[in-house]
Design a protein around this ligand. Sequence first.
Ligand SMILES: [Zn+2]
Length: 258
Amino acid sequence: MNPTLLSLIELQHMDRMNPTLLSLIELQHIDDEIRGHRKQRDELAANLVRLRAILVQMDKDLADKRGRLTEATSFYDDKNIDLAADTERLGHAKQKLLAVSRTKEYAAMQKELDTLRKKSSDDEAELERLAAAIQEYRASVQAQEAKLAEIQAEVAREEATSGERLGELEKIIGGIASKKIVIVQTMPKDVVSRYEKVIEKRDGVAVVLAAQGRCCGCRMQLPPQQWVKVQMGKELHHCASCLRYLYYTPQAAAAAVG
Ligand SMILES: [Zn+2]
């Protein structure tokens, strides 16, 4: 059907519809909007919580790494002191060797000197390896520190923009909720309380379209007499199966059928 004609028919149809039914449709529309905004708000908040948790974990990892670096550095320092002591012992042994005159004693001293030399050179090699490993580890800690700072800045920016957006969303939700209060005041109390009960039990949907003789909420086939009445829209009807209020408008039904 021609879209202009269809929207004209739609307007005419809605003019004849029961005002409480029209209010119910609007109420459902408002609740859908509120739900959408709340979902957005909760996602934003959850995202911030997630980001903060990542930061805490990164900070903890970094603290562990720094601890290990401190341990390795102090081990290195101890080894350096050992090496200095070995070098000193080596010096003494050399002095002693010069003073020795007997061959037997000389051979024993020479052996001691060799052992000391070997130990000293092993220690030196180990220290070198240790220094290289420490340097590499320190570089990795520094890289992680830089990364953490980067993420911290990103989280700070995210917190600022999300905070702003969260405030906006709260304001929007508040505005829509007050619109709802105004509409509710014009409606019969029993209809509103039934609406609220159904919306709570049926995934936030208490008013659904009926198209091609079916409830679009649960796909249940309506009794023919009820389907006719629902199409006329003069009174309130609800689906016997899912208990949702039913409405029909030509445009919505056409869109639902596709
Ligand atoms: Zn139903």
